[in-house]
Design a protein around this ligand. Structure first.
Ligand SMILES: Cc1cc2nc3c(=O)[nH]c(=O)nc-3n(C[C@H](O)[C@H](O)[C@H](O)COP(=O)(O)OP(=O)(O)OC[C@H]3O[C@@H](n4cnc5c(N)ncnc54)[C@H](O)[C@@H]3O)c2cc1C
Ligand code: SF4
Length: 472
């Protein structure tokens, strides 16, 4: 274990952010890494508990106490090897994971968890800087061909695992580049695209073939893939956004978050797009409806584009500032979370329902709202109006898009409209077709997508070969 008395000697100290006035002037990452000595001191705080709750709290079951000890001792290379044995893309989770591991850390009982995410990121970044992240091509080929549809974290993790055990893997992606929401959803200021490009290059060197502009079920027939490949893995995400069908919804200036965010991400990376009618927050009063990561990313993007003001509405009541540890630990608690984007100046209001949009000349100008009680029932007399000339809907995603690929394959769906498959076999109602990530579990997190991609690869390898050496 780190240092036996580390948790008694050292306080938690985590990465800082660039000041708001500096960071909203650019699109780069703004989290300042800890110096090496401080990272090692933080790793020394790990108590190596008999039952490492963090290890279970982490969806990819990162062996956190092991690499905390290795970092404390300065053995970064072994820490990197250990970390990559459970997580294909730790530099990604080290940047964007909400860190359920830290909620389950025993030191969180005292509100002082080990800075696990920061240490993970430091190990991953060190591995990249030292050249320890290399292609790991398989030493033999199985002769089996697998198609993976969708190149988000689930598809990438699955494809990488399958290629490393010798299968010929082809990834079909409807967009011009790989990464899914890692590229087109999450803004560059949270995670630079270099991290996606580097992994795609690594996977190409491991033999994975990427087919871009290939929308399965639209310009690539799904049954052709079924004929050409021994297995088909669907990792197309949960792309159907939740709408707000209220009067005035048709007005100009009301957009889904995922119509707004990808435009800016493409602009930052120089990817060509139609700029004839861009959605921009510049000089506007912006209202973001919906909390969560997507809402938060809309806020940070709006400020960087030069919004006059940004207000964030949430229909649910404001959660408590602190959780009751004895009731919630080691589980993920419901509590008020304030993201770096919120801190950039967004006003937040809870328990607010938008009932109508109104406008002038076909464009939105006002939101009409009412406050709601704990049962989401409108409180009479609490109605109010608000000026808005850009409204971004960030109320989550209901399920995958059914039209096209899923319908043409005739797959069974679960009660929530996701592709029906369990988390052992990951097999859909068609035995040759597998599914993982948001397409199977519904909208979730990057780290869950990586877990499902890895576990699905295990299942597919076993299905094709009768046995597998891939970890679950
Ligand atoms: C704006 C935003 C911010 C987020 N921020 C965070 C965060 O900070 N931390 C976090 O942990 N999670 C975050 N999430 C959630 C996280 O991004 C997702 O849970 C995760 O990306 C899901 O991975 P996936 O591989 O299952 O699907 P996706 O990342 O959605 O990838 C699916 C891919 O499939 C492709 N595709 C779909 N259908 C087809 C088809 N028919 N043919 C070919 N290609 C197809 C899509 O183009 C896409 O590239 C965020 C989500 C959003 C929307
Ligand atoms: S992947 Fe997420 S949960 Fe797992 S160790 Fe990293 S930050 Fe924690």
């Amino acid at each position: 274990m780190g240092k036996i008395t580390g948790f008694l000697e050292y306080e938690r100290s985590d990465r800082h952010y660039q000041p708001v006035e500096e960071r909203i002037k650019h699109w780069h990452e703004f989290v300042l890494p800890l110096p090496e000595a401080q990272t090692r001191t933080q790793a020394a705080r790990c108590m190596d508990c008999g039952i490492p709750y963090c290890h279970v709290g982490c969806p990819v079951n990162n062996q956190i106490p092991d690499w905390n000890d290795l970092v404390y001792r300065g053995n970064w290379q072994e820490a990197a090897r250990n970390l990559h044995s459970t997580n294909n893309f730790p530099e990604v989770t080290g940047r964007v994971c909400p860190a359920p591991c830290e909620a389950s850390c025993t030191l969180n009982l005292d509100d002082n968890p080990v800075t696990i995410k920061t240490i993970e990121c430091a190990i991953a970044d060190r591995a990249i800087a030292e050249g320890w992240v290399r292609a790991e091509p398989a030493s033999f080929k199985t002769g089996k061909k697998i198609a993976v549809v969708g190149s988000g974290p689930a598809g990438l993790a699955c494809a990488q695992q399958l290629a490393r055990v010798g299968h010929e893997v082809h990834v079909y992606e409807k967009h011009a580049k790989a990464g899914g929401l890692l590229r087109y959803g999450i803004p560059d200021f949270k995670m630079d695209r270099i991290h996606v490009d580097r992994r795609v290059a690594q996977m190409e060197a491991e033999g994975v073939t990427f087919h871009y502009g290939a929308q399965v079920g639209v310009n690539v027939p799904a049954d052709a893939l079924l004929n050409d490949y021994e297995a088909l893995v669907l990792t197309g995400g949960a792309e159907k956004p939740r709408d707000l069908p209220i009067p005035g919804r048709e007005l100009k200036g009301i957009h889904f978050a995922m119509d707004f965010l990808p435009q800016q991400n493409r602009r930052v990376s120089g990817e060509p797009q139609d700029e004839s009618n861009p959605i921009l927050a510049t000089g506007k009063h912006v209202v973001v409806i919906g909390g969560g990561d997507t809402g938060s990313d809309c806020i940070g993007t709006s400020f960087r584009q030069g919004a006059v003001a940004v207000i964030n509405f949430e229909i649910m009541p404001q959660p408590p500032l602190c959780e009751n540890k004895l009731l919630t630990w080691p589980d993920w608690p419901l509590k008020l979370r304030t993201s770096a984007s919120h801190e950039e100046g967004a006003a937040r209001d809870f328990a607010v329902m938008t009932t109508k949009f109104s406008g002038e000349n076909g464009a939105v100008r006002k939101l009409h709202c009412v406050r709601v009680d704990e049962k989401i029932k409108p409180i009479p007399g609490s109605e109010f109006d608000l000026d808005a000339d850009l409204v971004l809907l960030a109320m989550g995603f209901v399920h995958p898009v059914h039209e096209g690929m899923i319908e043409s394959l005739g797959l069974a769906l679960d009660a929530r409209g996701n592709v029906k498959a369990d988390t052992v076999a990951y097999q859909s109602s068609n035995p040759k077709v597998f599914s993982a990530g948001d397409m199977r579990r519904g909208q979730s997190l990057v780290v869950w997508a990586i877990r499902e991609g890895r576990q699905c690869a295990h299942a597919v390898d076993k299905f094709l070969m009768g046995a597998t050496t891939l970890p679950r």
